[in-house]
Design a protein around this ligand. Sequence first.
Ligand code: SAM
Length: 221
Amino acid sequence: MGTLYIVATPIGNLSDLTFRAKEILESVDLIACEDTRHSGILLKHYDIKKPLLSFHSHSGTAKVDKIIAHLENGDDVALVSDAGTPGISDPGYVLIQAALEADAEVIPIPGPSAVITALSASGMPTDKFLYLGFLPVKKGRQTLFKEMAESKYTVVFYESPHRLVKTLSQLQDFLSKDAKVSVAKELTKIHETYYRGTLEEVLEKLPENIKGEYVVAIKNN
Ligand code: SAM
């Protein structure tokens, strides 16, 4: 039985691949990745040539079965996502569960994750935090906003550039005026920026044309 490695990859800066991640990617028989073109850029940068198999959120059970068959055949498989740690708001869970059920060893290779990277520079308490992944687009937003407002802990979530201003504006109805907010943009990339302050201050600081990737952290109580 082969081993399934859960390999964290950079969230922007290609130099953030760990030595061990590189060694594992060089040693496995197969790399399962979300987007073969996207992961191809990282692998080319490190001159790693391995067979790639696409595995994303819409991959059905047939893909999972195929990867499990490789493991049963004795192949070692690395699972990578487009960025960061597989399984953290990224596909992985179904495959990892199937691999464990098939008695394969599952070994994580730690590395970058946007949520931890953003929290580490947020200036907010990080001994306990509540991670909410992506907020729902339609139903359930108000309930989550209430939970955020009531939380004793730092709350952190991912937000798309199209919804960032809407979400922060809606939060104004739930959080206290002096709640702390940290919006991290394009972590580890050329346009890396932090907007920190109250909701009102952060909304004022944000540019008109919002692009890029964002992590929001808030501390209300
Ligand atoms: N598995 C990934 C991880 O461990 O960070 C998260 C994947 S999730 C599909 C992608 C979201 O993570 C983006 O929409 C954005 O909110 C956040 N993200 C990823 N890379 C980022 C970066 N460099 N800067 C800010 N946010 C980032």
